[in-house]
Design a protein around this ligand. Structure first.
Ligand SMILES: *Cc1c(COP(=O)(O)O)cnc(C)c1O
Length: 361
């Protein structure tokens, strides 16, 4: 459908010129085996479901705690942070990323991101009327020296770690040295860190310019609830608190997120299970001739020598399996497959095998 054209309304030029961000397909439940947006295939912790029910029976006529104090306490405790003042709660980590860009990057200043990576950052820069600069990963997913180059108008550098779509990690020691080279803050987007061996939380205590974002959407199986948070030094949290909506998190999501942080045993079990299925997916894809990048997240990036990535994606979709086809222009394209249950991954592998038989003979 063509959008109606409004000639009389004076939107900011930054807005009329920008391309909207396109999130992954979200079809109605039940139609597809859904392996396209890195959700957790398991239901959330039982304590979360109980907390939501309790909150639903609570005082919903009252505004929620604007600072989500119960959540921040639980997060500080679970993550071994000095205290709740190191945590800022948000309506998904996407909101946290919005606050960071709004807080640090002014009109015509710039932010830096790697590519191939999470392109939402570009949209956030566009909304601000800011510029973005992409630095390409090397072919083996290393960051080139350019990534750490300081620059006068550079106000924020964003790095998903583990990265999406590759699932690769930059070790914390390298992150620290990148932050030392830069003169602006470095946001480490740790949406997938629970699936990796290492993370940058300890670095935050030593560096005011290292800011870590987390989400409950992936490892805690709560994409439908919308909750994410920032870990940074208390004075950084205090500044950013000024620009958030007063009630950015609702009473039900705060209750859910608090219970999630108190479910660390559940988390450890689910991560073990997902990582075990991930290893199997990697091995079997390699057996089907794919080049597979060893992943530290809950998805696997793979390319096939036939180059038939789009056709494989289409074949899978026609057979009710949704994976993510991604095209990064000159960098090339490939498939990102989220780690589902063992049964879902078996079904996906079988269908990939059929696609290859059909496409390569
Ligand atoms: C999924 C994802 C997020 C978004 O998380 P929400 O909390 O659901 O907004 C942020 N960053 C990266 C790299 C992601 O893949």
């Amino acid at each position: 459908m063509a959008l109606p054209h409004c000639t009389d309304l004076q939107f900011r030029p930054a807005l009329t010129q920008m391309k909207p961000y396109a999130p992954g397909e979200q079809p109605p439940p039940g139609k597809f085996i859904k392996l396209n947006t890195n959700e957790n295939p398991f239901p959330p912790p039982p304590a979360v479901v109980r907390a939501i029910t309790e909150a639903a029976n609570g005082p919903l006529n009252r505004y929620p705690d604007p600072l989500a104090t119960s959540f921040r306490r639980a997060a500080a405790e679970a993550l071994g942070l000095p205290g709740p003042e190191w945590v800022l709660a948000g309506n998904g980590s996407d909101e946290i990323l919005t606050l960071l860009v709004r807080g640090f990057v002014g009109e015509s200043q710039s932010l830096r991101l790697p590519t191939p990576s999470y392109i939402l950052y570009r949209t956030l820069a566009d909304i601000q009327g800011a510029k973005w600069e992409q630095v390409a990963f090397t072919e083996d997913w290393q960051l080139p020296a350019e990534f750490r180059q300081p620059r006068e108008d550079l106000r924020l550098v964003l790095l998903p770690n583990p990265n999406s779509p590759s699932g690769t990690v930059v070790p914390p020691s390298e992150i620290e040295s990148i932050a030392d080279s830069l003169t602006c803050p470095l946001v480490v987007d740790e949406a997938y860190a629970d699936f990796a061996e290492e993370n940058c939380l300890d670095l935050v205590q030593r560096h005011e310019r290292i800011l870590v974002t987390r989400t409950l959407s992936k490892s805690y199986a709560l994409a439908g609830v919308r909750f994410g948070f920032l870990v940074a030094q208390p004075h950084v949290i205090a500044e950013l608190t000024k620009i958030k909506d007063s009630y950015n998190c609702d009473a039900i999501s705060i209750a859910a997120a608090t219970a999630a942080m108190q479910s660390q045993t559940w988390l450890a079990d689910v991560v073990t299970s997902v990582n075990c299925t991930r290893a199997r997916l990697e091995t079997e894809l390699a057996g089907l001739g794919f080049d597979v990048v060893p992943s530290h997240a809950n998805f696997v990036w793979c390319t096939h020598p036939s180059g038939e990535h789009r056709a494989i994606y289409e074949f899978l979709k026609a057979n009710q399996i949704l994976v993510r086809y991604m095209d990064f222009g000159d960098w090339g394209d490939g498939l990102r497959i989220s780690v589902g249950t063992d049964d879902q991954i078996d079904a996906c592998l079988l269908m990939i095998q059929r696609a290859l038989a059909k496409l390569t003979t």
